[in-house]
Design a protein around this ligand. Sequence first.
Ligand code: NAP
Ligand code: MG
Length: 405
Amino acid sequence: MSKIKMTTPLVEMDGDEMTRVIWQKIKEILLLPYIELNTEYYDLGLEKRDETDDQITIDSAEATKKYGVAVKCATITPNAQRVEEYKLKEMWKSPNGTIRAILDGTVFRAPIIVKGIEPLVSAWKKPIIIARHAYGDMYKNVEDKVAAGEKAELVVTGTDGAERRFLVHDFAGDDDKGGIIQGVHNTRKSIESFARCCFNYALDLKMDLWFATKDTISKKYHHTFKDIFEEIYEAEYDAKFKAAGLEYFYTLIDDAVARVMRSDGGYIWACMNYDGDVMSDMVATAFGSLGMMTSVLVSPTGAYEYEAAHGTVTRHYYKHLKGEETSTNSVATLFAWTGALNKRGELDGNAELCKFAQNLEKATIETIESGVMTGDLVMLSTLPGKKKVNTEEFLIEIGERLKKL
Ligand code: NAP
Ligand code: MG
């Protein structure tokens, strides 16, 4: 059997700890026997980032812009303890943050659904994909504590130097104990880019798009998000959505939350920064294991970076280093690969590559639905006769099913 060829390179970003171990095994067991893998390799492992003063991360993001598709392994974001552990020159920034800033992208988190692992919300039958706007609002705030008798104002200085002042609160009065204030902002450019990423990705996945804010209370701030989405939708996407039979649906955030709980899923839910932070953790937990959650960074110009939503699974890595057996779930990392290969195939008109990626996903789901799974899933699955396998056995089992397909 001849191997599948790839015309354009895929950007491969290697990572750290247990996911780095899994990365290698996925390639050995499930990819290299079938594909002449054409990747441009960037080692984002912490040692290499330190050695290159993090230039490797920037280079990998630039390569993603150039080629359009990347697959990334989970990486350590160093804290003080990691600086010590790896004797780092500096506490390097989060690679995901650096890559996201360069691609100006939006992150979409999607659960992988299998029979036997039922969402905690019984109505949910299809995935709910959360898109979080990852710029501004509370995450770039200024805030302070204010003493009794002080007065807080918002001042905007115009281009002509003229000032506009808004009273936030006057902490005056005999019974006043002071309080707290916060100033937040967002930019038109970032909101527009978020909107375009969401509309494009909805068309890409052929899924409806929901968006919600609290525009009734915040008549300028939140309302501007609503307006920008609406303007861009009307001007650029209405016809495309109609042609694809898709809907753009806007509602208030509290109404959205209520509807999400009653829905059967199957849509993308675009969220403002804070809503996305909170709701993505809720939705991920309700869908089951972190090992079954994938994540895609989509840039407004149409570059894609696929990864698992989880981290480097440190606790399992230390067991692995001690020579103990691990049962780490590789599904999200594997689906990062299949997502990227499928997208590469789509962009290159390489039907064989797309078919392979789809078969590999099918083989993975069949493996779990036949009762063979890693420890995290055994705890959740309702299948009779389920069997726990170790990290490598799981991949070998998928390989056996893949051969049949
Ligand atoms: P984590 O690696 O996601 O792991 C947290 C816990 O969740 C694990 O200890 C494990 O629970 C469970 N888990 C996660 N993924 C699993 C999988 N595939 N299979 C089985 N169980 C899984 O998060 P963390 O411990 O907070 O972070 C570890 C490192 O990852 C940190 O250095 C952090 O900076 C980095 N990180 C990277 C990314 C990224 O690159 N996107 C994202 C998050 C964190 P049990 O131990 O109970 O089995
Ligand atoms: Mg969160």
